[in-house]
Design a protein around this ligand. Structure first.
Ligand code: AGP
Length: 610
């Protein structure tokens, strides 16, 4: 996955690069490196470990120069070694490259380059790019050499390239890996994401696939691989720089959990007008079309896929539209059957998840309309879809998705209201109740956060357990999956999410008196009574029951060892509330275990490889 950042400026850029890398570290933290040009020579420092660890050894801030690149690595090709850390250079140390992505034909390219006399220093796929550019350089300009080199490359890349002989020029290129250009004041930036440069500029240009950018401190030119100049729109980002800081919290994950009342309020802002749901102009799907659709297919990965599962409940129960939910990574290999009345919805926090992008591409091949529900403005998925609804969670930095998930649920709920109204599947009173229900959510979330002491107590008691089970039925089953995923990700404890009634078909054998079992059991008319029975089954086998229940529930506290209460709300909305105790439980357990919560091992925030 890797993170890249680059700056060309009239001033020393080392702090900007360092801060940029600190913000990008969620993308990869095996190793880190920086490169500057001074007196037409490269000064490179790199090492294995996280930014702070390597910085202690090499002191990145001692480097200086007005142009530089930084990289944090999530290894794909070549082990975690200093040699494999980026930047990589050509034979004559004139070209320096940082890369995020995978060069799929690197073996054959490398073979050919070696035959032509090139010497390789690392085992990475990235190094071939430096040598390919060197090969193409001869008498051509550096930007032409980059273009010619990239024509030979297959795979994905976001690249930052420096040429020692031209210390005023930074070159960037993109294909299927995210890259944004930041327009500053007498300085310009490249970065894998917007938050990493948000303290310096809010004006950005998103590169598209197979585009090259040539940056000097005063100017940015963008070209296709054919060398033709492109006119690209500069966009202004609405996120504040402070939103990407920890603001006194020990971890981003905790800050982001606590931000959820605000994030939901922002996601609703100006979208509920006079009993109607109103989306912004980029939504762009006409009522006429929305009346005609007869099927929805949701594609997503991880937590966003869980949001999709809950969306299915909303869309089927309320808008009466048959809905399938697919993993992005499986969809394109399944020969999906789609027709013109199918709407495909991609859900993604980052908008850059390779598997979801691949699924969206597959959908588009079938000529269907697509809608994205996304948190990152201008990201790839939003640019590929006909319609976009933004979640307004603000930058989510912690690898474990929290506020992005609940805002996705809020958007799915709003979209369901809109469809139900257009398609007349609910009456005015039902729509009014739904709107009132979601309006209450920010305040209700606050009261769930007030349960944190009880949740902390559970974490203190059970953080040493090696396994746990999460159970729920109906709309609470995806929440069970999400609770288990959160725990696995940040604490590394094995956790399984199951439909509560499926338990008796197998997993019940796992339950003994050492097994914590988390029930998501808010009061509802569908399954509540049955879940009480499932709780009894676990209790009879000695399982340690932690339950999420609706306030004033008298039954569950009699059966569970710990009960965490959430306020009463509508069935499909309860998921926004009931997931929060599970996020906090995972957080506190991981904290007790001393895990690296915002950067859990082997995980990256944005998974840009398929
Ligand atoms: C969530 O906690 C995960 N880190 C992960 O499952 C994530 O939701 C998934 O990779 C999808 O990301 P996206 O929403 O940015 O597409």
């Amino acid at each position: 996955m890797c993170g890249i950042v680059g700056v060309v400026s009239s001033n020393n850029v080392n702090e900007k690069l360092f801060n940029g890398l600190a913000n990008l570290e969620y993308r990869g933290y095996d190793s880190v490196g920086m490169c500057f040009i001074k007196n037409k020579r490269f000064y490179i420092k790199k090492g294995v470990g996280k930014l702070e660890e390597v910085h202690k050894k090499v002191n990145f801030l001692k480097l200086n120069g007005n142009i530089g690149l930084g990289h944090c690595r999530w290894s794909t090709h070549g082990g975690v070694t200093e040699k494999n850390a980026h930047p990589h250079v050509d034979c004559k140390n004139r070209i320096s490259v940082v890369h995020n992505g995978i060069i799929e034909n690197y073996s054959e390219l490398k073979e050919g380059l070696i035959k032509n006399g090139h010497k390789f220093y690392s085992q990475t796929d990235t190094e071939v790019i430096a040598h390919l550019i060197e090969d193409s350089l001869k008498d051509s300009r550096i930007e032409d050499a980059v273009r010619n080199a990239l024509k030979r490359v297959e795979g994905s890349y976001a690249l930052g390239i420096l040429f020692a002989g031209q210390p005023d020029k930074l070159i960037a290129a993109r294909n299927e890996s995210p890259l944004v250009i930041g327009i500053g004041n007498n300085e310009n930036f490249i970065a894998s994401d917007v938050p990493s440069i948000l303290s310096y500029t809010k004006k950005v240009i998103y590169l598209d696939d197979k585009e090259i950018a040539v940056l000097t401190k005063e100017h940015v030119g963008i070209f296709g691989l054919d060398g033709n100049k492109k006119n690209k729109k500069t966009q202004t980002i609405s996120w504040s720089a402070e939103a990407a800081q920890k603001s006194g919290y020990r971890h981003f994950m905790l800050k982001e959990i606590y931000e959820q009342p605000r994030a939901i309020a922002d996601t609703l802002d100006e979208r509920l007008l006079n009993g109607n749901v109103v989306f912004e102009k980029e939504f762009s799907l006409a009522d006429d079309y929305l009346t005609k659709i007869n099927r929805i297919v949701i594609v997503a990965c991880g937590t966003s896929w869980h949001a999709g599962l809950i969306g299915k409940f909303m869309l089927e129960e309320l808008a009466k539209i048959p809905t399938d939910v697919e993993y992005g990574s499986e969809f394109r290999y399944r020969h999906p059957l789609l027709d013109k009345n199918t709407l495909v919805i991609a859900i993604s926090q980052s908008g850059e998840t390779a598997d979801t992008i691949a699924a969206l591409k597959e959908a588009k091949k079938h000529g269907v309309k697509t809608l994205s529900i996304c948190n990152a403005m201008g990201s790839s998925i939003t640019r590929m879809s006909e319609g976009v609804i933004y979640t307004r969670a603000g930058p989510e930095i912690g690898v474990a998705s929290t506020k992005a998930f609940t805002t996705q649920l809020a958007v799915l709920y709003l979209f369901t209201i809109l469809l139900s109204k257009i398609r007349k599947t609910l009456n005015e009173k039902q729509i009014k109740d739904m709107i009132e229900g979601i309006r209450r959510i920010p305040l209700q979330l606050q009261s769930v956060l007030d349960e944190d002491d009880e949740i902390l107590k559970c974490a203190e008691l059970y953080h040493h357990k090696l396994n746990s089970i999460y159970l729920g039925r109906g709309v609470n089953f995806p929440i069970a999956l999400e609770g288990a995923l959160k725990l696995k990700e940040v604490s590394y404890i094995h956790a399984e999410g199951y439909p509560a009634a499926e338990m008796k078909h197998g997993p019940i054998a796992l339950i003994d008196k050492s097994m914590p079992v988390v029930f998501i059991a808010p009061h509802d008319v569908y399954t509540y009574k049955k879940v009480l029975g499932n709780i009894e089954e676990v209790k009879a086998r000695g399982g340690i029951i932690i339950a999420v229940a609706t306030e004033n529930d008298k039954e569950i506290p009699k059966k569970a060892k710990h009960t965490i209460f959430i306020p009463k709300t509508l069935y499909t909305l309860s998921s926004i509330l009931s997931v929060v105790p599970l996020q906090l439980l995972a957080y506190h357990i991981a904290d007790k275990l001393g895990r690296d919560i915002d950067k859990p091992r082997s995980l990256a925030k944005t998974v840009t490889v398929e």
